[in-house]
Design a protein around this ligand. Sequence first.
Ligand code: PAZ
Length: 383
Amino acid sequence: MSASGSSINTAHVTQSSPAIENAIDRSAPNFTAAAEKDETTYFDTNPKPAELEEFSRIAEEFVNLHCSHQRRVVLVTSGGTTVPLENQTVRFIDNFSAGTRGATSAEYFLEAGYAVIFLHRQFSLLPYSRHYSHSTNCFLDFLAEAPTDGSRHTIVAREEYTAKMISVLRKYKHAKREKLLLLLPFTTITSYLFLLRELAMKMRPLGGKALFYLAAAVSDFFVPRERMAEHKIQSGEFAEKDGEMEFINPAGPGSGKKLIIDLDPVPKFLKRLVESWAPEGMIVSFKLETDPKLLIKKCTMALKRYSHHLVIGNLLQHRKYEVVFVDQESTSWLRLPQNAEEETNGGKLPGKQNLEIEALIVPEVVRRHGAMIWHVVAATRSS
Ligand code: PAZ
C-alpha cells in the first residue's frame, strides 16, 4: 500500500536495499558450532538481560495456553542484533535487517493457525503495524478529517485505504483477542542469545509442535565483556591537570590515531538449539549472502554444521523475490512471478498487487512442519 497523493513528498528510497556495489562482503570465515563448554563460558561471562525473568514467565504462560489448545507455536526471530562497543553504550555495530521478513512471515503463520512468539529487534517492523509504520508510509497520510455537524471533530481512514485497513485491523484484533501473538524485543547480541535459549527451553512442552523460524540477522563478532570500555570511547586523550580534566592529543587527520576494534567470534549456538535447548522442534534458519556463487554452498554448510531441518538462503538484492530452500534431500527455489521485481522497482516501491514472497515461504514451511509432526506420530504409533 502506498500513501501516494500525500502532501509531503517523501522519496520512496529505502536503505534496507543498498546498491549491490555498496553491499558488504559476507564471505566471512567459518567457525565451528559451539560446544557445551562454549555455552557455559558465554552465558557465565556475559550479563543476562534485565528482562529475562519477566519474558521467561510471560513466554511460559503463552506456551501453556497454546499447549492446552494443542496449537502449534512458532518462534519467529526478526531484525538485526547490535554489538555494543561501550558498556554505557553510545556506539554500537549493527546488523542489517529491517524486520520485514520476520514481521511479514509472522502474519502468514498466524493465518495458518499458529501462535507466534515474535522475538524482534526493538523498534523494527512488527506484524500488522508494519503496513503503516516506519519509512514506508506516514500513518497520518492514511487519515482524513470527516465532515461533521461542526460541533465536534472526527478522523477517519481515507476511503482508498479503508478496505485494506479493515482487513489488517480485523486480523490484528483477532490475534490480540485470542492471545496468539507475543511480542518480545531484544537489542544486543547478548540479550538475543539469552532470550533465544530461554524461549527454546520454555517451548519444550510443545514437543514437535514447536517451530523455530530464525530470520534475525545475528552478529558474527562481538566485544567480550572483559575488553569492553565502560564509558564512551573518546577521540583523544584526557589528562588531569590542577584538578581539571584537560583534552590532550586529539585525533585528527595526520595524528596517526586510529580506533581499532578487536572483536571475538560469537559462539555458534545454533547447534545447541537442536541438541540441547529444543531437541524436538523443527528448526528453520535463514542465510543471507551477497555473492550468488556462495549462497547454496553456505546454506549446505550451515545445514550440516548446525543439523537444522531446513536452511532458507537469500541474496541481499533479491531477497524480496526469491529464496532457496536447502534441506538434506534437495535444493529448491521459490520465486515470485517474473514481473514482481520490475513492478516493485527492486523492492523500493510497494508492488501493485502487494506481492510478498513470505506468502510462498510460510505455507511451504508449514507443510514441511506438518509432515515432520506426522512422521513423529506415525513412528511413535508403530513402535
Ligand atoms: O528483515 P529484512 O526483511 O530486511 O531482511 C531479512 C534477512 C535478509 C535479514 C533474512 O531473510 C535473513 O537472511 N536472515 C539471516 C541473516 C544471516 O545470515 O545472519
